[in-house]
Design a binder for this molecule. Structure first.
Ligand SMILES: [Fe+2]
Length: 247
């Protein structure tokens, strides 16, 4: 007999030993953890899910969070020291989430970027509109031998459409796509959830990240449940992320 009650699976059960490649756990330098205590609270929340390895990605956003390699390095070291004093065995690398704006282009000319791994750079854009020179930015990144990893492509409403042609165009321009795990739960809205699953169904998502800024995100993640069909779509992405970024 047909059942209305489809079995659901807790997503967090699949994340034991995962390396989170997108989060804001470094203390006091963006809109994530406000201080060392908040960083530790987040890390302890992650530990409950079984995540103990992180590539931290503070915003580098000229107008709001004018971070530099130095400010990120300093916050990274202070957190590592603090965790060491607490006797916690947590692995954290420092990278960044770069806003693709004019300042980013200038930075690209001037200095080495912080990468997730090798030449992979996590980039984002405004939720209101893409940069007018997006194609130029992507081209220059790749001319400089970087590989762009676009953070949460599903969250850019201006790319949503019946066809996935805007996403196909970005892929053809060399972008990897990093999905936010909470997009699968409807946390950012129904439209974003739908696009997230369509991108997965079309094998367009390369990597998964949590984009955790605050405890609320981890609470939602620990409660998230998926159908078998949806779980099967995300498992290869979890595996690929783990294999690519484990350290
Ligand atoms: Fe982020």
């Amino acid at each position: 007999m047909f059942s209305f009650f489809q079995k659901k699976y807790f997503l967090q059960d699949q994340l034991n030993g995962f390396v989170d490649i997108h989060n804001h756990i470094l203390p006091g330098i963006d809109d994530g953890a406000a201080d060392l205590n908040a960083s530790v609270e987040l890390i302890e929340g992650f530990e409950k899910i079984g995540i103990k390895s992180f590539i931290s990605t503070p915003h580098i956003m000229n107008d709001y969070y004018p971070n530099t390699s130095e400010s990120i390095g300093k916050a990274h070291n202070s957190l590592l020291d603090h965790l060491d004093n607490l006797g916690k065995e947590i692995k954290i690398k420092a990278a960044a989430e770069y806003m693709m704006d004019q300042a980013f282009l200038e930075l690209l000319e001037k200095e080495k970027l912080l990468t997730l791994k090798d030449n992979m750079v996590l980039v984002e854009m405004s939720y209101f509109q893409p940069p007018i020179n997006l194609n130029e930015i992507l081209f220059k990144l790749q001319t400089a031998q970087y590989k762009p990893v676009l953070a949460h492509p599903e969250r850019y409403g201006f790319f949503h459409s019946k066809s996935l042609n805007k996403y196909e165009d970005l892929k053809s321009r060399g972008c990897f796509f990093q999905l936010n795990v909470l997009s699968l739960t409807g946390h950012y809205g129904k439209g974003i959830q739908e696009i997230a699953f369509r991108l997965l169904e079309n094998n367009m998502i390369d990597f998964l990240g949590t984009d955790t800024h605050q405890m609320r995100h981890l609470e939602k993640l620990s409660m998230a449940q998926l159908s078998k069909k949806h779980l099967e779509l995300i498992l290869p992405v979890i595996q690929r992320t783990r294999e690519t970024f484990s350290f």
